[in-house]
Structure formats: structure tokens, C-alpha cells
Design a protein around this ligand. Structure first.
Ligand code: SAM
Length: 240
């Protein structure tokens, strides 16, 4: 069944109104008729079965039926703190990590980032659009937020059940061993370094805040690969 992201989902009295591109797509491209059913998604995590009751030029009215939690969204909330990569990689990282189940992405500036923090806010709208498109494509009902970039040493890690810092010099502890040795955490922070990796003091700072340094395997992954690998391994291990 087709799903429609309705950022402007106007729900009142058991009805919804879809406007703009989504409405035109339903009417003129898909040529849906009254009585046809679709899934409405507002980006907040639920999906609602709805039946088309009328089709106008710029709006489609629908009667709402049952809502449910979206099976494509994972229970575990993974927040990726991605140290700013060189130009053009962030969109790939966002797209792939949203497909893999990340819940939030926080661009971070660390000591060895080549790209500087200033002026990244103007990329936020584009980055969040990439997230919304990826969420829609992979059938999620939640659109992971890409937050405003922060300095890594200012990251608030206190609210996470588990904080992982995949560290290229970590030779012992694997992500698997950390996840298998405990109950499935409800929320995980994953901190990925830039192309130049982490300064040892940065890793130390995260460990002092309760983080765990883990290896992602025997090979050194590119920064744009490492976040995807970490999220994929978490979802595999937690079967989500
Ligand atoms: N400059 C580093 C070096 O040559 O050793 C490589 C940094 S790597 C390109 C970027 C980030 O990906 C690292 O800081 C780390 O967060 C993550 N990463 C890459 N490979 C990893 C591995 N095998 N184990 C753990 N983390 C890894």
C-alpha cells in the first residue's frame, strides 16, 4: 500500500487533508479514486490507514481509520554523532544511516576535522530533506532529525543507556561483545571520528563520560563507512 508523508497532516474530526505535491501526485499521477486506501505518515512514528473521500485540484480529503506503530522503525534509538567529514560525504552518511535505522544524527566538530563548524547551519535544511526522503523510501514513519552541528567536547552523552566510540586504535573490545554482555539498551550514542580519526584525549574524554571504545573490525573504515557499519552491526545484534 502506498504511503504518503504528510508534513502538513491536518487531522481533525477523524479526517485528514493532504495538500500540495502529495495531493497532486495522488490525483493526477496515481489517479486514485474515492474509496481507495493509503497509509498516512506524519513523521512522528505512527502510520494511519486512510480512505480517500474526495479529490480536489490541490487537496485530497481522507477519512482516518486505524493507526499503528510503524514496523520499519526500530525500538532502539541510535544517535549518530558524526564528526564533520570532508565535503559531500554527509548526505551519503545521512541517507544510509537513516535506511539502517538511526534515529538522530548530530554533526560534530572534533580536533582533526578538516571541515570547520561555522556556517554549517545553512546545510541543515538540505540534510533534513535527505533524511526525510530516505525515511520515506525505506518505509519508516519516523523522520530522523539532523541536528545543528556541535563541538564534540560539548556533546551531552548523559541521557544514553550506552555510549559507543568506535576507535580505530581499539584492538580488544568489539561492538558485539559490548552488546551481548548486557540487556538491549533503549538508546545508544555512536561517535564516529573524521578522516583523520580521534585525538587520544578526545577518546579519553568520552570514556570519562561513561563511553566504551569499540572496534568495528580488523580493517580501517572510511569515516563515511564507519557510521553505517556501526549502525548495521547494532541493528543486526539487536535484531531490529
Ligand atoms: N586516521 C585514522 C587511521 O588512519 O587510523 C582513521 C580514522 S577512520 C578514517 C574515521 C573513524 O571511523 C574513526 O575515527 C573511527 O571512529 C571509525 N573507524 C574506522 N575504522 C574503525 C575500526 N576498525 N574500528 C573502530 N572504529 C573505526
Amino acid at each position: 500500500m502506498r504511503r504518503f508523508f504528510a508534513e502538513k497532516l491536518d487531522i481533525s474530526g477523524g479526517e485528514a487533508v493532504l495538500c500540495g505535491d502529495e495531493a497532486r501526485h495522488i490525483k493526477n499521477v496515481l489517479r486514485y479514486k474515492t474509496g481507495d486506501e493509503v497509509l498516512l505518515i506524519d513523521g512522528g512514528g505512527a502510520e494511519t490507514l486512510a480512505e480517500i473521500v474526495s479529490l480536489g485540484d490541490n487537496e485530497v480529503r481522507l477519512a482516518l481509520k486505524e493507526s499503528r506503530a510503524c514496523p520499519a522503525d526500530p525500538e532502539v534509538r541510535v544517535t549518530l554523532f558524526q564528526c564533520l567529514p570532508k565535503q559531500g560525504k554527509m548526505e551519503l552518511i545521512i541517507q544510509k544511516c537513516v535506511e539502517l535505522g538511526v534515529s538522530e544524527i548530530v554533526p560534530a566538530a572534533s580536533k582533526r576535522c578538516v571541515v570547520k563548524l561555522d556556517g554549517k547551519d545553512n546545510k541543515l535544511a538540505r540534510w533534513n530533506k535527505v533524511s526525510a526522503e530516505a525515511a520515506k523510501q525505506c518505509g519508516r514513519a519516523t523522520v530522523p532529525a539532523v541536528k545543528a552541528p556541535i563541538s564534540l567536547d560539548k556533546a551531552d552523552l548523559s541521557g544514553f543507556a550506552l555510549v559507543l566510540i568506535p576507535y580505530e586504535n581499539e584492538g580488544e573490545t568489539t561492538l558485539k561483545s559490548v552488546l551481548r554482555g548486557r540487556e538491549a539498551p533503549a538508546s545508544i550514542a555512536v561517535i564516529i571520528g573524521p578522516e583523520g580519526g580521534f585525538e587520544p584525549a578526545e577518546v579519553e574524554d568520552v570514556l570519562n563520560k561513561g563511553g566504551v571504545a569499540v572496534s568495528l573490525g580488523r580493517r580501517i573504515l572510511r569515516t563515511e563507512t564507519a557510521g553505517m557499519a556501526a549502525v548495521a552491526q547494532i541493528m543486526y545484534e539487536l535484531e531490529q
